[in-house]
Every structure is written in structure tokens, then in C-alpha cells.
Design a protein around this ligand. Structure first.
Ligand code: C5J
Length: 256
């Protein structure tokens, strides 16, 4: 008697807004955006702008579980880091001069120079550290396609669909999803695996993404994604209930 696992179907239907997302397992990558110490931990770039970084913590455990599910399947994973060269040659003065902070990109904080490659604050948080073989894209902009090799990397992987996690929802996540959408990628945002310093901006961004029949893409709960991925449903049991949105609580309005 054979004990081989059943073959993965060619399409996995994920309950999503504005309608079900048909995930193609041969074409889908997980894209984890900017889960860096500089945004998530006290003393980093996000905190220097006056933000309450504790809001971003909510996305960490859902993203860890999503990574675990994806790694279990051996499907491609790409991480990004918003970061600049030590000489700041890729940081426009317009970007550096924004904010009301006394410290700016490139200045020294408790975790080293803010948003500078190679500094401790620029690292992805230990709970979500990339594993060998996972792509890491350093991006000087908010959108991950601007001035990076992301398009080429995804093309080489044969990827046409992106399941998206990361921070912050309305800045780098939304910018990247819009860039990806314009380049022909179908993008699905996992709601619990993204966060903003401003919860109302997260909610508004999700509505904007799914509005008008999915003008930017799709949004789904982590529960729906894990239920659809092969072998991933048991991971739901490892998540504290408060990290999951109640079933059926996707934001409504504009996305039907
Ligand atoms: C920001 C980002 N918020 N990763 N960056 O400046 O969203």
C-alpha cells in the first residue's frame, strides 16, 4: 500500500475579499515586507518618528506561523528590508528630511545608524529571521520594486502571485502591492500578518485594496489561508485566539 501524500491540486481556493483567491502552488511566493527591528522595536526608526511601535507586534506571531506553513511546503519566500547604503547615496534628501525627529535616517540611535544596511536595527527581527535559501531584498524606497532586483528575482522563480505580510500596511505594504499589481502580479494580503502604527490606516488600506472588485488585490484572514494550504490547518491550533480575527470579520464596504 502506498503512503505517498496526495498530489497538491493545481489551484487552492482561499476565502478572501472581494472574492475567492485562486492560489496556484507552482506560481505563488510569500513576500514578507520590512519586519525589521527599526520598525518594530523601541529605539528604531519608527519610534524616532514618534510612533507607538507596540502596534506592530500584533503582526509578528501571525507572520511567523505563515512563514512556518510556507517553509513546510518548500515554496518560495522573499523578505524585504527598507534600508540604505552607509554613504546614503540611495537616500534622496527629500526622504531624509521628512519627519519632526531630531534624528534622521543615517543618524545613530540605540540600535545603530537608522535604516542603514549592516546596522543591528536594520535586521529582520529574530523571530522572523530569513533562512538560508530565502531571498532578501534591500530596498531604498517604500515600494519593493523601486531600485531593486525584485522583479528579476520573482521572474526567475516563476512567480506570478504574491501572498503578502509585513509592515506598515499603508506605507511599504500598500506601495509594494500597488507596484506588483501594475506589473501583473495577483496579490493577497494576509490581514493578521500586517500592521500599522495607526489601526485606522490598516483598516482603510485593506478596504482600498479590495475595493472596486479588487482594484489592487485581495485580502484574507490567516485562518482562511491556513485552511487552504496543504498540511497547514493544524498550525491554527498553535496560535493564541487573540491573534486571529473572528471568522467573518473581514472589513466590509467597497469591495463586493
Ligand atoms: C515606513 C514601511 N513606514 N516599511 N516604512 O516608513 O512601511
Amino acid at each position: 500500500m502506498s503512503t505517498a501524500s496526495p498530489p497538491t491540486p493545481t489551484r487552492l481556493s482561499i476565502k478572501a475579499r472581494p472574492f475567492a483567491f485562486q492560489l496556484d502552488p507552482r506560481r505563488a511566493a510569500l513576500l514578507v515586507i520590512d519586519m525589521q527591528r527599526d520598525f518594530i522595536e523601541p529605539g528604531g526608526f519608527g519610534a524616532s518618528l514618534g510612533n507607538d511601535v507596540s502596534y506592530l507586534q500584533a503582526a509578528v506571531e501571525p507572520t511567523r506561523v505563515l512563514l512556518q506553513a510556507w517553509r513546510g511546503l518548500g515554496w518560495p519566500i522573499v523578505h524585504t528590508r527598507e534600508s540604505h547604503a552607509p554613504d546614503l547615496s540611495d537616500c534622496p534628501s527629500t526622504k531624509r528630511s521628512r519627519g519632526h525627529s531630531s534624528v534622521r535616517i543615517g543618524d545613530t540611535g540605540p540600535m545603530g545608524r537608522l535604516l542603514v544596511r549592516g546596522e543591528p536595527g536594520c535586521d529582520i527581527i529574530p523571530a522572523l529571521s530569513p533562512l538560508p535559501g530565502e531571498a532578501v531584498i534591500d530596498k531604498p524606497g517604500k515600494g519593493a520594486f523601486h531600485a531593486t532586483r525584485l522583479m528579476e528575482v520573482l521572474h526567475l522563480m516563476g512567480v506570478t502571485q504574491l501572498v503578502v505580510a509585513g509592515v506598515t500596511t499603508e506605507v511599504c505594504v500598500q506601495s509594494t502591492m500597488r507596484e506588483a499589481n501594475d506589473r501583473g502580479f495577483d496579490c493577497l494580503l494576509v490581514q493578521e500578518a500586517t500592521a500599522s502604527y495607526f489601526p485606522q490606516f490598516k483598516a482603510a488600506t485593506i478596504k482600498m485594496i479590495v475595493a472596486q472588485g479588487g482594484i489592487v488585490g485581495w485580502a484574507a484572514s490567516l485562518r482562511s489561508v491556513l485552511k487552504a494550504l496543504p498540511y497547514a490547518a493544524p498550525l491554527l491550533g498553535s496560535l493564541p485566539m487573540q491573534t486571529l480575527q473572528p471568522a467573518g470579520s473581514l472589513p466590509t464596504g467597497g469591495g463586493q
